[in-house]
Ligand binder design. Structure first.
Ligand code: COA
Length: 179
């Protein structure tokens, strides 16, 4: 998702432990002090996973090397994302806002295709169902579209916009009907 800030999300603080073929993982809310660690996940995610669909210039516009750390901390405290924690530390994060918007959804660059994205999405969908949030929507990168399609989202619009002077494309995707 390309930056869009929405309000805090008051529900769902219980951690979830899921088994996986790789490791045991904990899905829980971000804790104070973890915000900048998520910035590292965001940066590596965009620059590693995003290289299939986005040029170096586009990836640098999306996730610049330099950033306003105070603004990032404020953003993370506003979004209150869920994090995926393993024995090796945090590997992914994603949020779900009360209006059904997923603003951030990122798996660390070194952790792709291990199932963390699917587990995290499954958690967001369960949270949505428990909270009666329907539909769910996001502005989804070309890179993430296969995962979102796999989890029941459909593309409702293609978007092309200018971010930090660089043209970027993504798609609006919606998942309706709960379940
Ligand atoms: C998209 C992203 C979240 C996927 O995370 P992940 O942990 O690698 O995803 P999973 O391992 O759970 O994959 C689940 C399924 O999604 C699909 N998928 C994931 N990555 C894919 C890729 N690069 N190409 C094609 N399909 C992909 C596959 O169907 C996959 O199932 P499979 O491995 O059994 O084939 C990750 O690549 C990422 O963080 N990308 C960069 C940031 C980004 O675009 N975030 C979304 C912003 S809108």
């Amino acid at each position: 998702m390309i930056p869009e800030v929405t309000g805090p999300e008051p529900r769902g603080t219980a951690p979830v432990v899921a088994g996986s073929s790789l490791d045991r993982m904990l899905i829980r809310r971000i804790r104070d002090g973890e915000e900048l660690g998520l910035r590292s996940i965001f940066h590596s995610s965009v620059h590693d996973h995003g290289r299939t669909h986005y040029s170096s210039e586009q990836r640098s516009a999306w996730a610049p090397a330099t950033f306003d750390s105070e603004a990032w901390v404020i953003l993370m405290r506003s979004l209150r994302p869920w994090v995926v924690e393993t024995a090796d530390g945090l590997v992914a994060y994603g949020d779900l806002q009360p209006n059904g918007y997923i603003d951030h959804f990122y798996v660390a660059g070194s952790q792709g295709r291990k199932g963390f994205g699917s587990v995290l999405m499954g958690h967001l969908l369960a949270e949505a169902k428990a909270g009666g949030i329907d539909p769910i929507h996001a502005r989804v990168s070309l890179t993430a579209q296969p995962l979102f399609l796999k989890h029941g989202f459909i593309i409702t619009a293609g978007n092309t916009f200018i971010l930090r002077g660089v043209e970027i494309s993504n798609a609006t995707m919606v998942r309706a009907g709960g379940g």
